[in-house]
Design a binder for this molecule. Structure first.
Ligand code: IMP
Ligand code: MG
Length: 206
């Protein structure tokens, strides 16, 4: 199988159908265990879906002056694209939760490393996540934010792995349901790498 090189910003990623051989390789490769990657969700699909989500969010929160909470680090790319499709008043704040460390399997523990700057009391809150896997992070965040007396909390996640949803974490706005595989790109990382990929790719360790 041929690996397609990636030229940052110069050449658009080849548009192929989802079942085509969409292998991808960064050149030079980051210092990670041997692996190859396969595109799962293309840039154009992300763009279209983010637009749909923005429309749904606008319908529900457009007149409620919400606070959009970006869950760092993974959601930063998604949030940046999402908020640029919203044209109603809102403010944005950031928090950082971590559960994974450097591993590709969850540690089962969630920590709040960085908290919001503003009060969410009596405000409508939209929590934006990159991915809901076991649901632990979202469950923890929801409980933590709920205790601060918001008017409402809704959850928006670009990706959802329903196979792993051991904790009940209702996602109000979901971009894509994906198989139970490790993915990177569009903000999601593997040991800090690959957040810059404009698409979502599955990682296969070799
Ligand atoms: P959860 O608490 O198990 O739902 O995991 C949520 C967090 O784990 C996400 O916010 C991600 O930071 C990370 N995570 C889960 N699955 C993946 C993946 O496939 N790639 C990269 N990060 C992931
Ligand atoms: Mg995350």
């Amino acid at each position: 199988m041929d690996l397609i090189p990636f030229y940052v910003g110069l050449i658009p990623f080849p548009k192929k159908s989802m079942d085509a051989d969409m292998k991808y390789k960064m050149n030079p490769e980051p210092p990670l265990p041997p692996h190859y990657m396969e595109v799962l969700i293309e840039e154009e699909e992300l763009r279209i879906r983010v637009q749909d989500l923005a429309r749904e969010v606008t319908e529900n929160l457009g007149e409620r002056d919400p606070i959009i909470v970006c869950v760092l680090k993974g959601a930063f790319v998604f949030v940046a694209d999402l908020v640029r499709k919203l044209d109603f008043p809102f403010s944005i704040d950031f928090l950082r939760a971590s559960s994974y460390g450097n591993s590709v399997v969850t540690s089962g523990e969630v920590k709040l490393d960085l908290d919001l700057q503003q009060s969410i009391s009596n405000r409508h809150v939209l929590v934006v996540e990159d991915i809901v896997d076991t649901g632990l992070t979202v469950q923890y965040l929801k409980a933590s934010l709920d205790a601060r007396g918001p008017a409402s909390i809704s959850i928006c996640s670009l990706l959802h792995k329903p196979a792993n949803n051991v904790k009940l974490a209702p996602v109000d706005y979901c971009g894509f349901e994906i198989p139970n595989d490790f993915v990177v790109g569009y903000g999601l990382d593997w040991q800090g790498y690959y957040r810059n990929l404009p698409f979502i790719a599955q990682v296969h360790q070799t």
